[in-house]
Write a protein that binds this ligand. Structure first.
Ligand SMILES: Cc1ncc(COP(=O)(O)O)c(C=O)c1O
Length: 480
């Protein structure tokens, strides 16, 4: 307990210093001082001020699947049931995935591709079957288009260091947006520095979606790459990919889609989307950490040089030079994360069995509920991104939002809010910049609190969160 308190005290030393009744705390979190209220804060924690849930009927999907996730039955150090609202950072894992991981080691463990013996063949089959499952999950033309990586960040670095190395020259332009996750900025900054290329950033429109008119004005004959989010991890918008692809292709630019927040939550069909590459992380889609993937059109992948050298990625090695395996092996140097890939395949099976249309429909409803409950119950709340209660003039239908809400409450520090939500109520939200510092600068705040939901969350979870938030704000001297 002492070490937990110390860790949390360290992490939140700045914000805890500001716990007080009355007096304004800057939303930007710029304040000084020591965490002198931590002791009383801990004693309040141990009183188990757990929020009584209002009972509202919850959509059937979460009721059906919730028991598949053992961790959701656990309690925190104060005996409160955990309300997990941080799935945009990483999702929880169902038993089917945990079992697939354990089963691999129990029944099939050996290194892949290099052995003729029984277990090696079994491991290779399991690994390659998982590639096929991932390919099917996003409707790739062939499983050879799926490159296993550690995560989406590695996938983006792979593109920058292979496709980027051969295709980006001095003066070329790479178009991104102010809403990017750092993983979709830094690899391109490094590439641009190496090559003398220019990065351009489009902004947001009045609904805090990507400003695609600005994209149309920005692309030109020098634009070689457009890399944008499919779904924003903070603003929750879904991009109009058709328009992005049409705009990029009008100048023959290559399109990368950061699909980290779409693949786990909606049907994604790479053949319909029309992008050249998409990237995603297994751990956000019920799979384990340490495995992600890059999808690329096979002819594009075939033209790309290798990035990392080592075993598996070669055809022939001589002392002076080597020749390389065709994709995807060319990009998978060394022993891969075999059990993790197998478990990712199990995650694809699990989600496919539910049906991604159903997942999407469920999350649209739950996300809209989260948004409207926040607006209804929390005065002076500012939720970033499009309003799902408003009609999108482009589609004539309400804005589709991911089932997440990043927000600030006027005068309150977002880290204070999330620390108290956790310690007083067992509600786990994330605070900070969510790896989108430029976006938060654009929004003129240092950070935000974010509640993000997935298939196992219920309307009751949202109700608990709202009630907990009200109590936290009262505690902070912002009565609601
Ligand atoms: C939109 C988006 N892109 C990229 C990433 C990076 O994913 P990873 O850390 O798994 O590489 C994330 C993770 O939060 C994300 O939400």
């Amino acid at each position: 307990m002492a070490s937990l308190a110390a860790t949390r005290a360290n992490a939140h030393a700045t914000c805890l210093s500001s716990f007080r009744r009355g007096g304004a705390l800057s939303t930007s979190g710029r304040h000084n001082g020591r965490h002198n209220s931590l002791v009383s804060f801990r004693s309040i924690s141990s009183e188990k001020t757990n929020t009584a849930a209002k009972t509202k009927s919850s959509s059937s999907l979460s009721e059906e699947v919730r028991n598949d996730f053992p961790i959701l039955r656990s309690e925190n150090d104060f005996g409160m049931p955990i309300v997990y609202l941080d799935s945009a950072a990483t999702s929880q894992k169902p038993l089917a995935v945990l079992n697939a991981h354990a089963q691999f080691y129990a029944t099939a463990n050996a290194n892949v591709h290099r052995g003729v013996h029984y277990l090696s063949a079994k491991a290779t089959d399991a690994y390659e079957q998982s590639r096929a499952k991932v390919g099917k999950f996003i409707n790739a033309k062939t499983d050879r288009e799926i490159v296993f990586t550690r995560n989406a960040s590695e996938s983006l670095n792979l593109i920058a260091n292979t496709w980027g190395e051969t295709n980006i020259k001095e003066g070329d332009e790479i178009v991104l947006s102010v809403a990017e996750h750092h993983s979709n900025i830094v690899p391109w900054q490094l590439l641009a520095e190496r090559k003398g290329a220019v990065l351009k950033f489009i902004g947001l429109d009045e609904n805090e979606c990507l400003d695609l008119e600005e994209l149309e004005r920005t692309v030109n004959a020098r634009t070689k790459l457009v890399s944008l989010p499919h779904v924003s991890n903070v603003l929750g918008f879904t991009s109009d990919v058709e328009r992005i692809v049409k705009t990029a292709k009008s100048v023959n630019a290559t399109v990368v889609l950061d699909a980290c927040q779409s693949v786990p939550h909606m049907p994604v069909d790479v053949q319909t989307l029309g992008a050249d590459f998409i990237v995603a992380s297994g751990h956000k889609m019920c799979g384990p950490t340490g495995i992600g993937f890059l999808w690329g059109k096979y002819d594009v992948l075939s033209e790309m040089p290798p990035w990392m050298g080592g075993g598996e990625m070669i055809q022939d090695v001589y002392l002076e030079k080597s020749t390389y395996a065709p994709p995807p092996g060319r990009f998978e140097a060394g022993t891969p994360a075999i059990a993790e890939a197998v478990a990712l395949g199990a995650a694809c099976d699990y989600l496919s069995k539910i049906g991604m249309d159903r997942v999407h429909e469920f999350e649209l409803e739950l996300g809209a509920y989260l948004y409207s409950e926040l607006l209804k119950n929390i005065p002076n709340v500012r939720i970033y991104g499009p309003n799902p209660l408003k009609v999108n003039p482009q589609t004539g239908k309400n804005f589709e939002r991911a089932s997440l809400a990043a927000f600030n409450v006027d005068g309150v520090n977002c880290s204070d809010v999330c620390t108290l939500l956790d310690q007083l109520h067992g509600v786990g939200c994330r605070s900070g910049h969510h790896c989108t510092q430029p976006l938060h600068r654009h929004l003129d705040v240092l950070g935000s609190a974010r509640a993000s939901l997935y298939i196992y969350n219920t309307k009751e979870d949202v109700d608990k969160f709202i009630e907990a938030l009200k109590e936290v704000l009262e505690f902070l001297g912002e009565p609601v």
